[in-house]
Structures are given as C-alpha cells and as structure tokens.
Design a protein around this ligand. Structure first.
Ligand code: FAD
Length: 517
C-alpha cells in the first residue's frame, strides 16, 4: 500500500485537483491502519487551513492533516512516513509563521493543538509541564490565575504555541534578563525523526535537547516542555519615552539591558516611528493613553525623518507602596536622556500587559489587515553595525514607515546558550529588528512584491556592507542560503539532522534538507 501512494508523491511539481488524484484517498487507509487515538482529515477546512499561514504569501497542499491526541500518535505518523520514500511530516503549531515553515507539500501536517492539552503546574518546584501545542496565552492564564506564578520570558503576542516558539527562540522585552524562551525550559519530550519518543534535558539526551531548541523543527516534534516559573507580579508600570537621536536611544537601551539583575526595568523594548502625523506609523502610535497625546512641538527642529521610542515596564505587587514604585521608576528613568515632555506612563494589570497585542489583533481583524499578506522581516543586527543600519535602513529605505510596527531592542549574547541551534551574530550585544508589516491588502496598501523587494533591499544592504547580522525566523530557498546562515554551525546542524532525522522527514516547509530516499 505504501508503494501505491509513492506514485502520487514522486512528482513534486504536479498540481492536482482532486484528493483521489493527489493521493489523499490513498493515504487515509494507511493512517487509519496505524491505530491513532486521534483523527485524520484528507479534505475540507482542515486541509485548506494547513496549506496557509499568517504570512499569507505561501500556500501548499498537504495530503492529510493528522489530529493527534498523544505523543504516541505523533510517533506512529513519523514511523509511517519512514516506510515511505517521499512522505514528509510538518508539525503545525498555530500556523503563525510567515513563509510556509509549518507546511508540508504533499506530506502530512500534524496539528499540535489537538494533542491532549496539558498545563500541569508544580508550584513548589516552580515549573509547568506544558503540551507542545499549548498556546502561551493559555499557559499565562493557568499559571497566573491558578498559582500566582508566571513564565519568565515571553513573546509580544501569545497566541503562538509553546513548540512553535521553542523551535525558533521566542523573544520579547524580558529576553535581555532571562534569555529567549529556549533558555527558560529545562526538559522536553520530543518525538524524533526516527520515530522515538524521548525525554531530554541538560543531563539526559542532552544533544537532542540542545538541537531541538531553536532547531526550526528539524530534529523532532516537541510534545511537552517543562517551563520555568517565577512569582507573577500583579501590576505593570508601562512607560514610553521618545528620542530624536539614535545614539541617545541606543545608549539608554544598552544601559538598561546591561544593569545587574534587579537594577533595571523588567522589560525593555523599543520601536522606530515616522516623524509625522500618520496614525499607523507616526506620532499617534506612541501615546499609551488618549488623555496624554503626543505633542510634536516638543521635538527639536532638526529632528530627522524617523524618531525612536524606548518602551519599558516595571513589575510590582499590589501590596508594594506606590511611593516606593514611583521612587524606583524615577531613579531608573532619571538616568535616561529622552526628549522632555515626551514621556508616557500608564498602569495596567500584568495579564493585560502581556496580552496587549491581542487588542491590536481584534482591531486588525475588523479592518481586514489581519488576513492580508504579512511579508515580515526579522533580523538580529550586531551592535557594531546598528548605527549604520539606522542611517541606511531606518532613515532612508524605511523613512516613510512600513504600515506597522518597526521594533528594535538590544539582546545579550551571553543569555543564549551556544549549544542550542539558533544562529546569532557574533557581537556581545545585538539588536532585534522586526519589520511587522500590517498594511491593507493591495491596492490600498503596497503589493506583496513591493514589500518583499524592500525586504530584499534591506538584507542586501546588510550583506554588501558586511554587517554582522542573522535572519531571525529565517527563510531561504536554497541549501546554500542555509549554509551561509549557519556559517560555522552548519556542520553541527547537518550532523544533528543525520542523527535525529536521517531521512529528512520533519519540517519540510523550512526548505533546508530535501527528503532522503
Ligand atoms: P508554526 O508557525 O505553526 O510553526 C513554526 C515552525 O515550528 C514550523 O517549522 C513547524 O513545523 C515547527 N513546529 C511547530 N510546532 C512544533 C513542535 N511542537 N515541535 C517542533 N516543531 C514545531 N516571535 C518572537 O520570538 N517574538 C515575538 O514577539 C513574536 N511575535 C509574533 C507576533 C505575531 C502576530 C506573529 C504572527 C508571530 C510572532 N512571532 C514572534 C513569531 C513566532 O514566534 C513564530 O512564527 C512561531 O513559529 C509561531 O508559532 P506557531 O505556534 O504558530 O508555529
């Protein structure tokens, strides 16, 4: 039977129209024959959804979507694929990739959100055992509301799965303090490309543990993660301060992220915005509170086409006296050199702060831009090149904005364990630069081609100026691109692949390794 479906899979480029023609009907008995506790779908809405992602730039057609209930189901699917010469398997978290990374063209997509959802908190040991398909938003609510505990490191947006962000890194304004999310898990359960279900950690199957974290789904499917917790605060003082000079902005940002623990804010991010009244990219995007509008008369007359905003947050408990919080905030803010009169403060609950992007999502869904294409570009740029990057990219290529946030904040290499798979620039301090394009669909906004050409121009600028930089959430179409991306780490990445997924079954949408036969 497996030989029968091979003939449907051997012709990568042939687009076929019916499930029967493309092998969808043939795969069903094979998948039902392996006694899954979960279910399988070979057509309809699940298949269509699995062929798309948040980027809405790539699309692809899987043969089937498997909805597993257990790790064992995932292992059975991988073992089935091992019997074939062509089948591939993609874990799909919440499909929030932007370049087809969670797709499997004519392969099997495993919907991780259907795995038995588990968020088991051990308050004494301060960790939670969490399913790979759990959303971070659910982890937050369970840990905070149930136990007064919270994970230490987040992403800005929480409707992402635990396995999906751990396969990349997972960064936000806490990463300067605790490292990315990959540094805040101590144990994983993984189904490897060999079909083995293994528990791994720093001490047990450690090579698998380090491979999988930041491993772009190449070595195994994360079915469970042990996430470190700490006492959750009740409230957050959320502050934004504005700069016209890039050097003042980076000086202050770096000052804050290099203080010893307990002597800085709990969250440090920043963004670039247009020096103009554009509601999406400009002055109105800065204020945190309608009662405190942005006052452009505070800007110096020589301010350039773009301005910079440092975004800070300090955690506290309800029992903390407000005078003590004020004092701490003023001591920290007093060190900063932002423009007078351009400081914005609000107090919000901790959960409200962490789910802040959800509100933007709701607005974007109503206006139609959530479902429009998102050719996002994320880069890590070394500190030594960031001033030139500002001159060539922010002040020049992007001086009119991108119709969405342009994030920029510093991260410390020392907080990233080099045994893990993420490729980083060489400098000790590097900046996350995220171009989160959220335009209206063409012709109201730029066409996808124009946005992608601009991304290309930015990457080209970094390359021709020999910047020390890496793509974050990387995407390349050729193995040559991946070799350059990993640089010195490429042999290790290849060896890990040969060991944990020798037939190159997993995460084909990353387009790193062709399926071995
Ligand atoms: P998917 O897109 O479904 O999968 C991503 C990759 O991981 C695929 O290759 C897939 O096969 C693999 N994969 C999925 N689940 C597993 C698993 N359990 N085991 C092994 N491999 C798996 N990132 C940040 O770091 N910080 C941010 O602040 C941030 N904000 C974002 C905001 C929005 C609105 C969006 C759309 C994305 C954001 N991201 C951010 C990027 C996000 O972290 C990645 O796109 C992530 O991969 C999405 O998670 P997902 O669960 O949707 O994964």
């Amino acid at each position: 039977m497996i030989a029968y479906i091979e003939r449907f899979l051997d012709h990568d480029d042939v687009e076929s129209s019916s499930a029967e023609q493309d092998g969808g009907d043939a795969i069903l008995p094979l998948l039902t024959g392996i006694d899954l506790l979960g279910t399988v779908e070979c057509g309809g809405g699940s298949l269509r959804a699995a062929g798309k992602d948040f980027g809405a730039v790539q699309s692809s057609k899987p043969l089937a979507v498997v909805k597993p209930l257990t790790s064992d189901d995932v292992a059975k699917v991988i073992r089935l694929a091992l019997l074939s010469q062509h089948l591939t398997v993609a874990a799909r978290g919440n499909g929030h990739s932007v370049n087809g990374q969670a797709m499997a063209h004519r392969g099997l997509v495993v919907d991780m959100k259907t795995i038995e959802q588990k968020i088991d908190v051990d308050p004494a040991a301060a960790y939670a055992d969490v399913s790979g398909g759990a959303l971070w938003a659910d982890v937050l609510k369970r840990c905070v509301l149930g136990y007064g505990l919270a994970p230490r490191s987040w992403t800005d947006y929480l409707d992402l799965t635990v396995g999906g962000t751990l396969s990349n890194g997972g960064v936000s304004g806490q990463a300067f303090l605790y490292g990315p999310q990959t540094e805040n898990v101590t144990e994983l359960e993984v189904v490897t490309g060999n079909g083995d279900v293994l528990v791994c950690s720093n001490n047990q199957n450690s090579e698998l543990f380090f491979s999988v974290l930041g491993g772009l789904g190449q070595f195994g499917i994360i079915t469970r993660a042990r996430v470190l917790l700490q006492p959750a605060p009740d409230m957050v003082r959320w502050i934004r301060v504005v700069y016209s000079g890039f050097s003042e902005f980076t000086r202050d940002a770096e000052l804050l992220v290099t203080q010893s623990e307990g002597n800085s804010f709990d969250y440090v991010e920043g963004f670039v915005f247009v020096n103009g009244d554009d509601p999406v990219n400009g002055w109105p995007s800065v204020s945190l509170n309608p009662d405190q509008p942005f006052d452009p008369t505070r800007l110096p007359t020589n301010a350039g086409p773009v301005l910079y905003c440092l975004e800070l947050a300090l955690h506290y408990k309800n029992v903390d006296p407000s005078s003590a919080i004020d004092k701490r905030v003023e001591r920290l803010v007093g060190e900063l050199t932002f423009l007078e009169g351009l400081r914005f403060d609000i107090e919000v609950g901790y959960i409200e702060f962490l789910v802040r992007v959800k509100r933007a999502e709701e607005g974007a869904k109503t206006s139609g831009i959530w479902d429009a294409p998102h050719p996002w570009l994320n880069l890590f740029v070394s500190r030594k090149n960031i001033a030139q990057f500002d001159r060539l990219v922010f002040k020049n290529i992007l001086k009119h904005g991108i119709g969405g946030p342009i994030l920029i904040y510093p991260l410390l290499r020392s907080k990233w364990d080099s045994r893990k798979s993420v490729a980083l620039p060489e400098g000790d301090v590097f900046y996350l630069v995220a171009l989160l394009r959220c335009s209206f669909p063409y012709p109201k906004g730029l066409s996808v081609e124009e946005m992608m050409a601009q991304n290309q121009q930015i990457v080209q600028t970094c390359t021709t100026n020999s910047f020390d930089f890496k793509l974050y959430l990387p995407h390349y179409d050729s193995m040559e691109g991946w070799k350059q991306h990993f640089g010195d780490q490429w042999p290790r990445f290849q060896e890990r692949k040969a060991r944990f997924d020798p037939m190159a079954i997993l995460a084909p949408g990353q387009k790193i390794f062709p399926r071995n036969r």
